[in-house]
Design a protein around this ligand. Sequence first.
Ligand code: FMN
Length: 355
Amino acid sequence: AIPSHVASVSDYRELARERVEPGAWAYLEGGAADEISAAQNLTSFDSCRIIPRHFRDFSNAHTRTELFGRRYAHPIFVAPTAYHRLFHPEGELASLLGATALEAGFTLSTLASASLEEIGAQKTAGLWFQLYIQHDREFTLELVGRAEKAGYEALVLTADAPLSGLRNREQRAGFQMPAHISAVNLKGMRPQAPAQQIFGSELLKQSPTWNDLAWLAENTRLPIILKGVLHPDDARSALDHGASGIIVSNHGGRILDTTPTPFEVLPVIAKAVAGAAPVLVDGGIRRGSDIFKALCSGADAVMIGRPILHGLAAAGAVGVAHVIKMLRTELEMTMALAGCPDLSSVNPGFLLEKR
Ligand code: FMN
């Protein structure tokens, strides 16, 4: 049962902390290096003010939106995060169940601890697959083929993590992946030579380039959404090389520390994309008002990372559903109080910019 004092997404963080073993908690919560970006993601919405407008007509108010030809009841999506079984024995199946109950789009990570077929069998609408292009390109195409066959509707291609970040917090906590949890979808891949020094390593020699995006676009019928964009020129380049959408993200501050926050660069990226493709954003979204500010700044939808895992760790599928429910209710309340009856009426005019 969910304790009655749980009133907001941040309350779930505390519940989760009590239930997750310290090493796994370091993995869940941590950012790269000094965790400056991870921390700034959380505060970057606070200095932006909402200017409410009054006496508007709410008789047909809704949060519906359409992305890649699919209708969604609201613009809140579950971000791809790895290894859900670290946080709950039912892992990704429980998260998916919670997301589906709240009509939220769901992205399964390449590093999921559940098979993409098993997850695909549970959901037919709004299911995306996050892809890390593997050093073994043939295996990468097999993954893509499996995702297509299992009914995934888009590929979220993550661009910002050719290496994993400096995870000092995990190192200090002595975190090691438990033996019974693994990236099951990568089983059978040709092994990679262990990396010594970074420059000159096989890892970097085989890391993806823009040509790989074009190659991928030629080899799949699914729309590709490029995740990890922080520069407007990369957004343009993504569209030029075959992407159909952009996710403005710094990977929750887990890869390169001291990047801008996604919310800071969102307006300039939305301007560069200029409506040519959907723009999503993630990082530090913990309130419906954060979502509203992102939408006003040019995002078509948002993704939620850690809070989903907090809900999962605290209460399984019910916890995930409750987290999404709270965000959805808060978004509606913010829109109602700001004077914004639907997503087509959000615009920068609701914001006093103080970034
Ligand atoms: N992003 C990916 O593209 N692929 C992953 O496998 C992945 N694993 C993650 C694992 C954890 C534990 C966390 C917290 C994030 C992960 N991310 C991954 C990044 C998320 O997709 C998302 O960008 C980030 O969590 C958003 O920030 P938030 O946690 O503040 O909401």
